[in-house]
Design a protein around this ligand. Structure first.
Ligand code: GYE
Length: 326
């Protein structure tokens, strides 16, 4: 603590020497609250927006906590800068939703040396020393991919050749790595499955629409679209429509999407999307519980997975869609 105070003091002095521009410190902004610095990936998708909301809503009405969120706009360097700022401010706790898995060793070591506990949320980090973070709470992305693949295995007879168009999210993000792995492993096992192309959509609707539109100008022979998140799927659907290609139940292209947000579930219910694999973004309450356990000295597991399913037109009702929280 004394170390933080002296860091804070020197930072404040530097700012005052530079013309007293002012600095928001953990102390000044929060009184005695337990301050959490949260480095969020960005706002690239509906999933992400729901995730941010869940985190904000969980902590905002609790005077015991203050959550300071920094939006990295999908750039890992912005996350490094945010984390270093949190360290200087002397926050009590740090949460990181990492953009990509690689590259975290240095900054996590800096946090460790500052004695601040860290939770890795949503995606994972690839570091040798697991002691650099308390726990990783997120989805089992490989299981999600396998749910998709198992559904496709049931849909496609062994003697039918299929061409799969694969829309990929941010390369190097756990959600991309594992969802891609599930598909590639399955394609290697099925002689009748072929990935016709892998397009980079960065988990955003705009990028997916752009790459799909360009692709469809030259290629229209697609049987399955495997899209690694809902927003890319929405962009792809628009491009398919403009190219005059049918999709969904009874259409040319079967669509598999990940996240299962309300909008995607509605399309699924309406027969426009064939399979929605669920990815739950509502981590706020679970993260808070983990922090409270940590503060109370209750041991917490190294990995916490959330439970998820997959939906088709056959197994969802309008009521279910309407009750979806995200
Ligand atoms: O599927 C996507 C988001 O990491 C689970 O990131 C998350 C993924 C999610 O942008 O929509």
């Amino acid at each position: 603590m004394r170390r933080f105070c002296s860091i804070l003091l020197s930072v404040a002095m530097i700012f005052c020497m530079a013309g007293c521009t002012g600095i928001r410190t953990a102390e000044s902004s929060a009184g005695k609250a337990y301050v959490i610095g949260f480095s969020q990936v960005g706002s690239e998708s509906d999933w992400r927006v729901a995730n941010t909301r869940s985190m904000m809503a969980t902590f905002e009405d609790d005077p015991e906590y203050e959550l300071i969120m920094e939006n990295a706009r999908q750039q890992q360097e912005n996350q490094f800068a945010a984390v270093r700022k949190f360290i200087l401010e002397g926050v009590d706790f740090i949460i990181i939703a990492p953009t990509v898995e690689e590259g975290w060793e240095t900054v996590l070591t800096e946090i460790h040396e500052a004695g601040i506990p860290v939770i890795i949320m949503d995606r994972s980090v690839a570091v040798d020393d697991e002691a650099l973070y308390l726990t990783n709470i997120g989805s089992d992305f490989l299981r999600q991919g396998n749910l998709a693949v198992e559904w496709l295995e049931e849909e496609i007879p062994e003697d039918t050749q299929i061409k799969i168009l694969h829309l990929q999210g941010t390369i190097g993000a756990t959600a991309q790595i594992q969802r891609t792995k599930a598909l590639e492993d399955a394609v290697a096992k099925h002689a009748n499955w072929e990935i016709s192309s892998q397009l980079y959509g960065d988990f955003t609707e705009a990028k997916a629409y752009e790459v799909m539109t360009a692709y469809l100008r030259e290629n229209k022979d697609i049987d399955v679209l495997y899209s690694e998140n809902d927003n890319m799927t929405f962009g792809a659907m628009r491009a398919l429509e403009e190219a005059g290609i049918t999709y969904g139940n009874g259409g040319q292209v079967k669509i598999i999407t990940f996240d299962a947000t309300r909008e995607a579930l509605q399309y699924c219910h309406d027969g426009k999307i064939n399979l929605c694999v669920e990815c739950n973004p509502l981590f706020g309450p679970r993260v808070k519980e983990l922090i409270e356990n940590y503060r109370n000295g209750i041991p917490i597991p190294k990995h916490v997975y959330v439970d998820e399913s997959a939906y088709t037109t056959q197994n969802i009702t309008q009521e279910f869609v309407d009750s979806r929280e995200y």
